[in-house]
Design a protein around this ligand. Structure first.
Ligand code: GDP
Ligand code: MN
Ligand code: MN
Length: 249
């Protein structure tokens, strides 16, 4: 790299190797501490999948009794009615029920199928998202010594963009938004609205390291990144969410 014209703006990312298949009751924080020497301000990104598994958020499809509404949506979407029932039970609002189920989860995350996964899970079972990912993140952060940031990630699709990306569905020890308001741009104009979702940006980096298939690497540690310690919220408040309002019209 040309030293005169390039400034090193480096961070490091580490994938935690050798984590087993996670089962209910597993101490994820303990498993991480056994394998990594964490430093203060590290960002420990953990796939929601293993947090959910450790919290016992696995259900057999058989345990669901579909309502008439679930059966009707399932017929239209050509899905298992018990799967649709699971999605509805994890949701507080349905924004779209065709051509896919776009819902608001009980903790405020808007996503397809309430984030319920059937990949990296035994057949016949579904894996629900953690009940309250930010609370899980708090708990994990405490167990990791309280000096790092924790982000619970999930892979999500987005409107307007092709493809899926990692997003933060819960966090602790990091303010999800970096507030640029009041800073000046290159022309001296004061920024008035820019809130940068650093938690999602970090989740994107981590998710790209973890992989989506059989890699077996659900934990990525990011070191050397700048982030606010607090401030901001992950999910857009309902009264500010124009698109959500339009979908409900
Ligand atoms: P999600 O993005 O949270 O839905 O999780 P994914 O299913 O995409 O998995 C993310 C990463 O975690 C991939 O590398 C998976 O192989 C890995 N993974 C999923 N479950 C487990 C598990 O129980 N143990 C281990 N070691 N890796 C897992
Ligand atoms: Mn997922
Ligand atoms: Mn994923």
């Amino acid at each position: 790299m040309k030293q005169e014209t390039c400034r090193e703006a480096s961070f490091r990312g580490y994938l935690v190797n050798g984590l087993p298949a996670i089962v209910p009751g597993d101490d994820i924080a303990g498993m991480i501490l056994q394998r990594v020497e964490l430093q203060d301000h590290d960002v420990v990104c953990i796939a929601s999948t293993i947090v959910a598994k450790s919290e016992g958020r696995i259900r057999s499809l058989e345990s669901y009794s579909p309502t008439k509404r679930a059966a009707e949506i399932a017929r239209r979407l050509n899905k298992d009615p018990r799967f649709v029932q699971a999605v509805l039970e994890e949701s507080v609002d349905v924004l779209l029920d065709s051509p896919f189920l776009l819902v608001v989860t009980s903790f405020g995350h808007i996503c397809v199928n309430a984030g319920i996964d059937q990949s990296n899970v035994d057949a016949g079972n579904v894996l629900l998202l953690p009940k309250n990912p930010s609370r899980s993140a708090e708990r994990l952060r405490e167990s990791l010594g309280g000096k790092v940031a924790v982000i619970i990630t999930d892979t999500c699709g987005r409107p307007f963009r092709s493809g899926v990306t990692g997003v933060a569905i819960g966090c602790a020890g990091i303010g999800p938004l970096r507030d640029w308001r009041g800073e000046r741009d290159m022309n001296g104009r004061v920024l008035e609205i820019t809130l940068e979702s650093v938690a999602d940006e970090f989740a994107g980096i981590a998710n790209s390291m973890m992989g989506e298939a059989g890699d077996g690497t659900p934990v990525a540690v990011l070191r050397g990144l700048f982030y606010p310690a607090s401030g901001g919220e992950l999910f857009m408040p309902q009264d500010k969410d124009v698109i959500r309002a339009i979908l409900k019209r």
